[in-house]
Design a protein around this ligand. Structure first.
Ligand SMILES: C[S@@+](CC[C@H](N)C(=O)[O-])C[C@H]1O[C@@H](n2cnc3c(N)ncnc32)[C@H](O)[C@@H]1O
Length: 342
């Protein structure tokens, strides 16, 4: 059987490529496209034989797309125009331009791809960009299914609620099509984000061994005292963690959980009456928790990247956090690829 020719748009560090590999589909990424130099370095490090186009998507001509003769598109367009915390510029945000260009190109291709998978943030489902996407897919004769999914649905202790769309050309509707699928999935996510659900693995399964190098990940005293009440603290035995974003390790609030490595200390006892203490007293108490950031490797583990996936030496820890924060959960996408091709 001839390998499926896959076009990976907005390829970043290659989360989609990794998921394609995991799905065991007989496929070849014929081109990966991204403008981010650093992300491209990581991509090349891990997928050296894949043609990587370090250029803007809107700079690729119809002819060039046609020449690739691809059967499948995997893509994660920039999500800032659709995030709840962002300005929600949607189609008027300049960062959506390249995606609208893809939608414009799609019906004009000599040969339509048979399959398409798109990932974006929660919020995309109510955007005009999504309406444009559905309109284009319907015009071209695709059947599609949308999802809001988080890795917790697969028993992974990390929340990362994302919008997914899978589409198939000229086929029967997917058999799992359920009206209101998006809401159903959201409820499931809420249920799975509790800390006592035994169907979810413990954080400890994703951790590196503690060693001297870990010292660089411990929270600085200033952050500890200033942001103690904003931290989401998890123990290795917890079955949850919050979404790791690109600001992790740099900004504290809402960027991802931190790990309590002193497992015998009761969190409640540390925080009890802490507000009455002096700065020094607060620091003394908080330090007993031995809080540290998750390492990039640990976040990669939670995202489903295999041990052999790596970062070139020149990529700093902060840069790793940024790139991983922009990436996706490999296991979730691998499952969707299997369903799509199933
Ligand atoms: C959400 S991230 C995708 C992450 C990717 N799936 C991964 O696993 O790392 C979006 C990516 O799109 C790239 N990008 C944004 N606008 C682009 C454009 N106009 N042309 C090409 N790449 C673009 C960014 O550099 C970024 O790496």
């Amino acid at each position: 059987m001839a390998a499926l020719r896959v076009l990976e748009l907005y390829s970043g560090i290659g989360g989609m490529h990794q998921a394609l590999k995991e799905s065991c589909v007989c496929a070849e990424v014929v081109a990966a496209v991204d403008v981010n130099t650093l992300a491209n370095e990581v991509y090349k490090h891990n997928f050296p034989s894949t043609p990587l186009w370090a250029k803007t998507i809107e700079g690729i001509t119809l002819k060039e797309f046609d020449r690739l003769s691809f059967d499948m598109i995997l893509m994660s367009p920039p999500c800032q125009p659709f995030t709840r915390t962002g300005l929600q510029g949607d189609v008027s945000d300049p960062r959506t331009k390249s995606f609208l260009y893809v939608l414009d190109i799609l019906p004009r291709l000599q040969k339509l791809p048979k399959y398409l998978l798109l990932e974006n943030v929660k919020g995309f489902e109510s955007s005009s960009a999504r309406n444009e996407l559905l309109r284009t897919l319907e015009t071209c004769g695709f059947k599609y299914q949308e999802f809001l999914l988080s890795p917790t649905c697969l028993g992974i202790p990390n929340s990362r609620l994302r919008y997914f769309l899978i589409a198939k050309l000229h086929q029967e509707p997917f058999f799992f099509h359920v009206p209101g699928q998006l809401e159903t999935a959201e409820e499931m996510v809420r249920k799975h984000t509790q800390d006592n659900d035994p169907s979810i693995q413990m954080i400890k399964d994703f951790l590196e061994e503690e060693n001297e190098e870990m010292s660089q990940y411990f929270l600085a005293p200033k952050s500890l005292v200033r942001y103690a009440f904003l931290l989401d603290i998890v123990k290795p035995t917890c079955r949850r963690s919050t979404c790791f974003t690109k600001g992790y390790g740099h900004y504290v609030e809402g960027t991802g959980s931190v790990l309590q490595t002193a497992v015998d200390i009761q969190l409640e006892s540390v925080f009890k009456h802490i507000e009455n203490l002096t700065e020094e007293g607060k620091l003394m108490k908080l330090s007993t928790l031995k809080l540290r950031y998750f390492t990039p490797r640990e976040i990669a583990n939670l995202h489903g990247f295999p041990p052999e996936f790596g970062f070139p030496d020149k990529v700093s820890i902060k840069q790793c956090y940024r790139l991983l924060g922009n990436s996706l959960n490999v296991h979730v996408v691998a499952k969707l690829i299997s369903i799509l091709l199933g």
